[in-house]
Ligand binder design. Structure first.
Ligand SMILES: Cc1cc2nc3c(=O)[nH]c(=O)nc-3n(C[C@H](O)[C@H](O)[C@H](O)COP(=O)(O)O)c2cc1C
Length: 181
């Protein structure tokens, strides 16, 4: 069985925890490729993810590609399972609307129907509670296509307490393992 995990990373403070998620996956012999949004690169350097997964990190929708297919199709077809951690309010809303305006959102749109996608949102509690974000989460839930890990309650990096924390790397890792069963 293919053990190729695509990890999408958005611009959120929880992206430092994605390093640990990748470490767990690599330790378990998964092949890991990372696609970052431009905002994500402001939080963790692509070099960190590249070093952890020993694969190039994908950022640019229009980068010249070596394979015979455009990158977004190639990466989408390579993945046996995809995860976005952290998933920002912005990218969550784009996915719920079918927007494909960067490499990550385009790869997600191009995933074959049988590829599991795990979403691990993380954001400030007011963003999480915003009715528009809740509506977009409900839209994604209604599709019954994606595995959505609800943001957890706790202390948030912005200094408030509430729902918005990304699930732990261990929990996301377990979800990936069970999605592949
Ligand atoms: C310090 C800082 C922390 C942020 N943390 C989050 C976050 O945890 N979740 C979130 O949805 N947005 C967060 N944002 C806002 C996003 O980075 C912003 O909405 C960005 O446009 C997301 O882009 P992306 O979805 O393409 O990654 C944060 C911004 C800053 C400056």
């Amino acid at each position: 069985m293919k053990k190729n995990i695509l990890v999408g990373v958005c611009g959120g403070i929880a992206s430092y925890k994605t390093c640990e998620l990748i470490r767990l996956l690599v330790k378990d012999a998964f092949n890991v490729k990372v696609v970052m949004t431009e905002s994500a690169t402001r939080f963790v350097s692509p070099l960190v993810f590249q070093t952890l997964c020993d694969n190039p990190v994908y950022l640019d929708m229009f980068a010249l590609f070596k394979e015979d297919r455009p990158q977004h199709i190639d990466i989408a077809q390579w993945a046996s399972c995809a995860v976005i951690a952290p998933l920002s309010a912005n990218t969550l809303s784009k996915i719920a609307s079918g927007i494909c305006d960067n490499l990550l959102t385009t790869v997600i749109c191009a995933l074959p129907g049988n590829t599991k996608l795990i979403l691990a949102p993380a954001m400030n509690n007011c963003m999480w509670e915003n009715p528009l974000i809740q509506k977009n989460i409900q839209t994604l839930k209604n599709l019954k296509k994606y595995i959505i890990m609800p943001a957890e309650k706790g202390e948030l990096a912005c200094g408030t307490y509430g729902q918005g924390r990304m699930p732990s790397p261990e929990d996301i890792y377990s979800k990936i393992k069970s999605a592949l069963r």
